[in-house]
Design a protein. Structure first.
Length: 227
């Protein structure tokens, strides 16, 4: 029988709050020690040899060589690739793993692992300490992280930082739909479309992240977003 945690929450189950608080405490105690960090998202289904796997691995390697910690959800696919690159560079490779009914096995390239009971606590840690996001092609989980973060920036609940989408062939259709339908119909402002960038150049992404970390918001607006 499935256990649907959110639906089963009842007010008399206040003890669950201690597990939630525990998730946050673990993150707040560990993550600040490993700054600056870059969070990488993407499909758990791609395998070694896939072009996106290899590019995520390259990204992790090059960012680690620049002194950035690589943070992922800790699982296989793109997560494994980015962690592997950082690991191979001798850098810090963190996985924020989620406890699931069919347990997700952490990939073997993590120097540090944090285990979370709740997705929302894990999301806070993926966002809060990152100086940039890089998203490779993925499914619902990747899209969820993208749109939630864009919403937080749009509504000024989160300070803007670089969000790069790697894989123009994959992402361009989504961007065109947002521009030609969502924004054209008035559901988004045109400026909401410049808070992320599609870039198919790993070296350029690394360069931009490094410059943003040094120069801050001024570089973000003037060079990356051009506003």
């Amino acid at each position: 029988m499935n256990s649907y945690i959110i639906n089963e929450l009842k007010k008399e189950e206040a003890w669950r709050l201690f597990k939630i608080i525990g998730d946050f405490i673990d993150g707040f105690e560990v993550m600040p020690e490993y700054q600056p960090s870059v969070t990488v998202f993407g499909s758990a289904r791609v395998k070694e040899g896939d072009i996106y796997y290899e590019k995520a691995r390259e990204l992790g390697f090059k960012l680690a060589n620049k002194g950035f910690t690589i943070v992922t959800g800790g699982g296989p696919g793109i997560m494994e690739a980015a962690n592997k690159g950082a690991f191979e560079a001798g850098g810090i490779s963190i996985g924020l793993n989620i406890k699931l009914p069919k347990e997700q096995k952490p990939n073997p390239y993590l120097t540090h692992t944090l285990n979370f009971n709740y997705f929302f606590a894990r999301k806070v840690m993926l966002v809060k300490y990152a100086v940039a996001f890089v998203l490779f092609p993925g499914g619902y989980g990747t899209l969820d992280e993208l749109f939630e973060t864009l919403t937080l920036i749009q509504t000024q609940k989160l300070k803007p930082f670089p969000i790069f989408l790697y894989g123009k062939e994959y992402w361009e259709g989504l961007y065109n739909w947002l521009r030609d339908k969502v924004a054209a119909d008035g559901y988004l402002e045109r400026e909401d479309l410049v808070i992320f960038s599609i870039i198919d150049d790993i070296d350029k992404i690394v360069e931009y992240i490094e410059k943003f970390y040094i120069q801050g918001h001024k570089f973000l607006t003037e060079e990356i977003y051009g506003v």
